[in-house]
Design a protein around this ligand. Sequence first.
Ligand code: CA
Length: 179
Amino acid sequence: MPDGSDLFPKGLEFMRMNRFDGGDWAQIERRFDELADRFGILSKSHFGQCIGMRESKEFAIQLFDALAHPRGITSASLLKDELREFWEQITDKSFDVRLETFFDTVDKDGDGQITEEEVKEIILLSTSANKLFKIQTCAEEYAALIMEELDLENLGYIEVYIFFTIHIYIYIYFVQFFL
Ligand SMILES: [Ca+2]
């Protein structure tokens, strides 16, 4: 299995250890202490800022949900220990762990399937604001292309096969690369 470091979609660069500019845990912890309320609870809306993400707030929220869902966290807030777990997952060096995080982030409703709408949304959310207008006009076309390539049996969704996930991953990378 390749480590995938060259295949990372631009919108997910923060997951690469060497591009993650949120700092080490001590820095994240300091930001947590600043941003959390007096009970030591960090609201979901501060999550992206706390971990030092450059992506949009909407993207950070979708990532938050992807990390919260498998842990059974349903509140829109985090304790420091939970944030530490989230942070460890997104900075994990294992390709499999990062792929899983990526899949869960795309699979917004967490049903284990990726629909065309979800692909379109992740393309939009992982795009930097200055390119957004250009991408908005193409996102539909790209999402359709990805579905055409990966939804081979015309089910209307892509199932959780790692093989497919890797392909989505590469597709989104190239879609952004060429824009
Ligand atoms: Ca889904």
